[in-house]
Design a protein around this ligand. Structure first.
Ligand code: GDP
Ligand code: CA
Length: 304
């Protein structure tokens, strides 16, 4: 079965990794959000793409889920000492990725091409594609005005109350090379348990329409996000955060929805929306959990 997975950073990367453990690489394509991308210290940074690649390549920091394993922070400490910007931490090994990516972009290469080259160097077999090579920038409308995504997410630690989102550049953005082909040849599209508002929605906006069956895995477990602001965003937008809210968020495109055992009370309401529900353990604490959930999702996909 051919699978195309849409992913943001940490949550998306975990399931993408699980899928990579149970599928032949040629059957898996991962399309990654680039709405979080930004320039910092003159470098082009693509946080979700890096999180997915580091995770698939076995390079990720297992504690944080983002950044590099066995990282050192000498460059950052020295930048800080010079009075440079200290709000966005970049480790030494991670910095090498941004330096080299920026250099190749300046040579005229595209983000998708560079990602392919990096995946080759890191031994990552499934296709990892940025959603687009064009600039798309997630803007967060808050009670303190509109903020660029990293300003909201990292600098302000998601504190300002959210009023809405805008994806600057999304109308003009073409899907990156390979994205259309993957979606045409795939059997199923999987929406990883990523933040629906700022990780999956931008990808859906770029790819516009989906003709294949879509399955989503809830990033909200027991009314809370495992990590990050997804639940807080639902709350601030006046929606009670729950797996059911996620199913409703995607209801027009979903054929199947995977929710956690502790949320099984919502299964009936999901099915009432004519979406097949699958209740299972969705918390991924280690590689075994990731592979088991991925296998479960594949069985579910096969049954639809
Ligand atoms: P980000 O770009 O790094 O913020 O990452 P994503 O958007 O891909 O993922 C963030 C979402 O992943 C959060 O809403 C979390 O609740 C969810 N998440 C993280 N780990 C898990 C997990 O093990 N299981 C599930 N179901 N969701 C998870
Ligand atoms: Ca992200």
């Amino acid at each position: 079965m051919k699978i195309t997975a849409l992913a943001g950073g940490v949550g998306g990367a975990k399931l993408a990794h699980g899928l990579s453990l149970v599928l032949p690489p040629e059957d898996l394509t991962i399309i990654v959000n680039t709405g979080d991308d930004f320039e910092h210290l003159g470098l082009f940074i693509s946080p979700d793409l890096d999180t997915v690649c580091y995770t698939l390549g076995g390079l990720a920091n297992p504690e944080t889920g983002w950044g590099r394993m066995n990282e050192s922070w000498n460059a950052f400490a020295n930048i800080e000492r010079l009075g440079g910007p200290a709000w966005f931490r970049l480790g030494d090994s991670d910095l090498a990725t941004h330096l080299e990516r920026t250099r190749r972009l300046k040579e005229g290469k595209s983000l998708s091409q560079i990602t392919r080259e990096f995946c080759g160097a890191w031994g990552i077999k499934p296709a990892v594609l940025p959603m687009t090579d064009s600039p798309v920038r997630t803007m967060v409308d808050t009670e303190q005005g509109e903020l660029a995504f990293q300003e909201y997410f990292v600098h302000r630690r998601c504190e300002p109350r959210v009023k809405g989102f805008r994806f600057d550049g999304v109308e003009a953005a073409e899907p990156a090379p390979g994205v259309k082909e993957a979606l045409d040849s795939t059997d199923v599209v999987i929406l990883c348990p990523s933040n629906p508002w700022v990780s999956i929605d931008p990808i859906l906006r770029v790819i516009k329409q989906l003709e294949k069956p879509v399955i989503a895995i809830s990033p909200i477990i027991g009314g809370e996000a495992v990590k990050g602001p997804a639940a807080k965003m639902y709350q601030e937008l006046g929606i009670e955060p729950s797996a059911l809210a996620v199913a409703k968020h995607y209801r027009t495109i979903l054929k199947g929805f995977v929710l956690d055992n502790i949320d099984k009370k919502y299964a009936e309401q999901v099915e009432a929306m004519r979406i097949k529900a699958r209740v299972t353990d969705t918390l991924m604490k280690n590689a075994e959990d990731r592979a088991r959930l991925a296998q479960d999702v594949l069985h579910f996909a096969g049954s639809l």
